[in-house]
Structures are given as C-alpha cells and as structure tokens.
Design a protein around this ligand. Structure first.
Ligand code: HEM
Ligand SMILES: *[C@@H]1O[C@H](CO)[C@@H](O)[C@H](O)[C@H]1NC(C)=O
Ligand SMILES: *[C@@H]1O[C@H](CO)[C@@H](O)[C@H](O)[C@H]1NC(C)=O
Ligand SMILES: *[C@@H]1O[C@H](CO)[C@@H](O)[C@H](O)[C@H]1NC(C)=O
Ligand SMILES: *[C@@H]1O[C@H](CO)[C@@H](O)[C@H](O)[C@H]1NC(C)=O
Length: 328
C-alpha cells in the first residue's frame, strides 16, 4: 500500500518535472561539465565592478530586464550597430554596464571558450548584483543562446515607460507572459537600487496633467527637493536616487516610500496611488512594505519567471564570442 503510493507519487513528480523541462528547457547545471567555474568567475567579476562603482549592481539588473522584455532573454540588447536596441527610447543614454559585461565575457571566454552565452551571463550577473546589494538569491537557470539580430522597434514597444498608466504597464508584463500581478509589483521593487534622470520624472514636478499643478500624489517635501534638482528647462540628464531611504541596499524601503508618496517615477507611485491600483497592485505594495521576507521570495520567483521569457535553446541562435557582434 505504502509502496504503491510512493510509486504513484514518484510518477507524478517525474511527469511534473518533464513538463517543466519542456516548458523552459533551462537548467541550473547546464554548464557543470563545460564550464564548471562559471558561477565563481561571474561572481568575482561582478564583485569587482560593484566595488569600483556601487551603482553598477543596479545597471546590471536593469540590463537583464531590458534584454528579457525584447524578444526574450537572448542578449539582443548587447548587439551594437545602427539597428542596436541601445538606440531605442528606453535604452538611449540610459542602459549602462556594457563594458562590465564585456569584461565578464572576456573572463568567462578565457576559462571556457565558445561555450557560455551572453544571455546567460546577463542572468547570472543580475542575480549576483541583487545578492551583493543585500537582496535575495536564487538558483539561476541556464542554457539560453544568443540572438542573431537586435529588435530596436520592439524595444520601443515592449519596455514599460515611466509615463505609462498602470493598465499599460500590467499589459506590457502580460505581453511577455508575466500575467501575474505579483510579477509586476515584486519586480518593480528592483527600483530599491539605482538612479533615474530628471527627464524620466520631471513631468510630475510643475504641470502634471496640464492643470498647472504638480502630481498631487508626490510628497510635498520631496517635491521641493526634486523641483530644485530638476527646474524647468534644466539638465534632463541630472540623476537622483530611486529609493531615497537606501539607494545602494536591496530592501523593501521602495514599498514603504510608496505608502508616503515618495516613489520617484510616476510608474512607481501609481502602484499604490492610482485608482487602477485599488483592484490590482495596491494591497501587495502594502504587504511588501511590512514584509521584506515575502518581497524577497516573490522577487526571486519573479526573476526566475522573467529569466524564462522565450529563451533561444537547442540549436537556435548561437553562442556569441563577443557579446556586441554576431559571430562571423
Ligand atoms: C514596471 C515598469 C518599469 C518602468 C516604467 C521602469 C522605468 C525605469 C526608468 C525610467 C529608470 C531610470 C532610467 C534612467 O533615468 O536612465 C529605471 C531605472 C532602473 N530600473 Fe526600471 N522600470 C520598470 C521596471 C523595472 C524592473 C522590472 C526592474 C528589474 C527587476 C528594473 C530595474 C531598474 C533599475 C535597477 C534601475 C536603475 C538603473 C541604474 O541605476 O543604472 N526596473 N527604470
Ligand atoms: C520609438 O518611439 C519614439 C516615440 O514614441 C519615436 O520617436 C521613435 O522613432 C521610435 N523609435 C523606433 C526605433 O521605433
Ligand atoms: C492607459 O493607457 C492606455 C495606453 O496608452 C490608454 O489607451 C488608456 O486609455 C489609459 N487608461 C487610463 C485609465 O488612463
Ligand atoms: C500646463 O500645461 C497645459 C497643457 O499643456 C497648458 O495649457 C498650461 O498653460 C500649462 N500651465 C502652466 C502653468 O504652465
Ligand atoms: C543627455 O546626454 C546625452 C549624451 O551625453 C545627450 O546626447 C543629450 O542631449 C543630453 N540630454 C539632455 C536633456 O541634456
């Protein structure tokens, strides 16, 4: 009796795992034979880069996100050329860390030449960046291959804008298969680290909806700080911190900020303050603001789901030697 239960259970577990394998085809041990030291190599490179510039953790996390939302996690964002995604609106003068990715790739190539994809390097570097900033960790799934072409136009369409309303943001996540509200809210918590330019939030500061007033959901003392930093016709490239409490620490302060009107981007604050949030994101923002462990575990799970967005596997794509160009 007991033994047949066990066998039935074993069969179900095996069937379930096969299902998972067919769905994503990524595995944590993908390079264990071909590049056994991969994870240590990337970790030490990311550590060096963050030591040189703390913000790099944020920049590397964002690169993986901007890669995955455009044609899947295929390192398309790393390709140079006149069709480069680097020139699409959400990335132009904004996406950064490409030299660090080059350095990681060079270190990986010298240990295991022609084996590890640039897309996987982005996924590992993002995981390490979060962990090294004090955030959660997870087993990163591997086996992605690299795209042969960029998709600049799609980058314009797929990536959320700080000026989008909440419905548009939820729809953009759903369009890449992230159709759980948990993904939208927990991944937005990535804004617990890093910086943003005046041009991405100055619309909130003086004449928000054409009524001559600032965004009423923005805390008034934060408003005056930001008005001084980003005056009308000022330098749109000036930056400030996304999380005013702890810019370099990966924590749940981002959500606490939203409760007091201290989200920096319009797209941050609407998760709590918009009418659309009441039936969608608001309650989860409140929960994460008081429960960092839950935010951490949801963030880790959502990062794995984001990392699973339509990877190239098997013989699709290629393993680029240089992340910036396809192999000749
Ligand atoms: C929900 C929709 C999102 C919107 C509208 C959005 C928008 C933005 C904008 C406008 C910036 C500032 C860019 C600049 O000024 O150059 C930024 C920065 C950043 N974003 Fe997002 N983002 C979103 C979601 C995410 C997600 C899902 C992640 C990662 C899980 C993420 C991670 C980051 C990080 C870490 C930075 C700082 C980068 C740095 O300092 O170099 N964002 N985001
Ligand atoms: C991206 O969108 C902006 C404005 O929405 C437009 O000016 C630009 O030409 C678009 N770029 C591409 C590559 O589609
Ligand atoms: C949200 O944005 C979308 C796309 O820009 C627009 O079609 C829609 O009317 C907006 N919804 C609200 C409630 O403002
Ligand atoms: C605010 O913007 C609206 C619409 O663009 C414009 O008509 C109005 O004059 C502006 N008000 C101020 C005070 O700048
Ligand atoms: C921001 O910097 C970029 C690159 O240095 C430059 O091309 C752009 O004109 C600047 N934008 C503003 C608003 O100053």
């Amino acid at each position: 009796m007991k033994s047949s239960n066990f066998k039935g259970c074993f069969f179900l577990v095996t069937a379930f795992m096969l299902c998972l394998a067919v769905r994503s085809q990524l595995t944590s041990g993908f390079y264990s034979a071909t590049c056994p030291n991969l994870l240590q190599i990337v970790r030490s490179q990311v550590m060096m880069a963050i030591k040189a510039e703390t913000r790099m953790a944020a920049s590397l996390l964002r690169l993986h996100f901007h890669d995955c939302f455009v044609n899947g996690c295929d390192a398309s964002i790393l390709l140079d050329g006149d069709q480069s995604e680097k020139f699409a609106l959400p990335n132009l003068n904004s996406a950064r860390g490409f030299e660090v990715v080059d350095a990681i790739k060079a270190a990986v190539e010298s240990a295991c030449s022609g084996v590890v994809s640039c897309a996987d390097i982005l996924a590992i570097a993002a995981r390490d960046s979060v962990l090294l900033s004090g955030g959660p960790t997870w087993k990163v799934l591997l086996g992605r291959r690299d795209a042969l072409i960029p998709n600049k136009a799609q980058a314009n369409v797929s990536l959320p804008s700080p000026f989008d309303n909440l419905t548009a943001i939820i729809n953009k996540f759903a369009a890449v298969g992230l159709n759980d509200i948990t993904d939208v809210v927990s991944l937005s918590g990535g804004h617990t680290i890093g910086l943003a330019k005046c041009s991405t939030f100055s619309n909130r500061l003086f004449n928000f909806s054409g009524n001559g007033s600032p965004d009423s959901t923005l805390d008034t003392s934060m408003l005056s700080d930001l008005q001084a930093l980003c005056p009308v016709n000022g330098d749109g490239n000036k930056t400030t911190v996304l999380d005013r409490n702890s810019v370099d620490l990966f924590d749940n302060n981002y959500f606490q900020n939203l409760l007091t009107g201290k989200g920096l981007l319009g797209s941050d604050q609407i998760l709590f303050s918009s009418d659309q949030a009441i039936s969608t994101t608001k309650s989860l923002v409140q929960i994460y603001s008081g429960n960092q462990p839950l935010f951490f575990s949801d963030f880790a799970n959502s990062m794995i789901r984001m990392g699973n967005i339509t990877p190239l596997t098997g013989t699709s794509g290629q393993i680029r030697k240089n992340c910036r160009v396809v192999n000749s």
